[in-house]
Design a protein around this ligand. Structure first.
Ligand SMILES: [Zn+2]
Ligand SMILES: [Zn+2]
Length: 291
């Protein structure tokens, strides 16, 4: 596995960042030092992936998802590292894809993924989960990493085979997997659709009840998303059949009726943020009669 000694890992968000011209880490992490994240209360701190591997504290767990225990496997670091998100290994008949990425990767992780069929590509929803994308790509032979071009400014350490995709939909593996970009949380915030499972990352958040989703510009700092952007997310999802919704953390899954849950959640969000629902969903608009 390639190891880049001139890169540092932000301990708060887990993103790999190149060193400055003198070989030192940057003063702050650009992912954390803006309103959708935050600088840790003790100040900016950095480590390296090699240091994380050496201290024997961390390992990755592989856990079957509820939505598809055979073919969608969560990969997450224990104890939780940085934001604590999972990657989801999707095992399709046309090859495997990793949805989102995590900071920690070691030889055990690589062996386990290879045993599950390896990886053909990595697709990442938005900058909070860029993490160690280059190391993951290198570990599987330099496979392509797809991130949306709208978020290009946040990619600090691209993969050798980094693809900045454009537009609102991306078909991968001969159309087996579809990636959608409704924006919102980030301009390039994306969703992945496979087998009626919608993998949502931070484009929408699976609620604690697992019966609804919510939308935010900044989750840690509680900045809401404007209603027109929530409507845009619904419009992006509307043409597709969605059963299960899989969020960014293990256990954050909504089983069944996904598309209608997103529709109802978008309406509730607009209502509870004090806006006229009919201004965004009708009254004569076809959305009011969905499904
Ligand atoms: Zn950071
Ligand atoms: Zn995020």
């Amino acid at each position: 596995m390639a190891s880049d000694s001139a890169s540092f890992v932000c301990i708060n968000c887990g993103t790999n960042t190149p060193a400055d011209a003198s070989g030192a880490p940057l003063a702050t992490c650009i992912i954390c030092d803006e309103p959708r994240q935050y600088i840790h209360v003790d100040g900016q701190a950095w480590t390296t992936l090699d240091a994380l591997k050496k201290d024997d504290t961390y390992s990755n767990v592989f856990k079957p998802t509820e939505a598809d225990p055979e073919n969608m496997i969560s990969i997450a670091t224990t104890p939780q590292y940085a934001i604590g998100q999972r990657g989801i290994l999707i095992r399709t008949p046309k090859g495997n894809i990793l949805w989102d990425c995590i900071t920690y990767i070691d030889v055990e992780t690589i062996a386990r993924v290879k045993k599950l069929g390896g990886l053909k590509a990595i697709v990442i929803s938005h900058p909070h989960y860029y993490s160690s994308l280059k190391d993951w790509s290198d570990a599987f032979g330099g496979i392509p990493v797809y991130t949306h071009v709208n978020d290009k400014q946040w990619v600090q350490r691209p993969a050798d085979n980094h693809i900045f995709w454009e537009g609102t939909t991306l078909d991968l593996l001969d159309g087996e997997v579809k990636v959608l970009c409704p924006g919102g949380h980030f301009d390039g915030s994306s969703l992945l659709l496979w087998n009626k499972n919608l993998l949502v990352a931070d484009t929408m958040m699976v609620a604690a009840s697992r019966k609804s989703v919510s939308f935010m510009y900044s989750f840690p700092n509680y900045w809401p998303l404007p209603p027109n952007e929530v409507k845009a997310i619904w419009k992006c999802v509307r043409p597709y059949e969605v059963e299960n919704i899989l969020g960014a953390w293990i256990g954050k899954e909504i089983m069944g009726n996904g598309r209608n849950i997103i529709f109802q959640s978008a309406k509730l969000y607009i209502q509870y943020s004090g806006h006229e629902v009919s201004k965004y969903f009708g009254p004569s608009a076809e959305e009011l009669t969905f499904p």
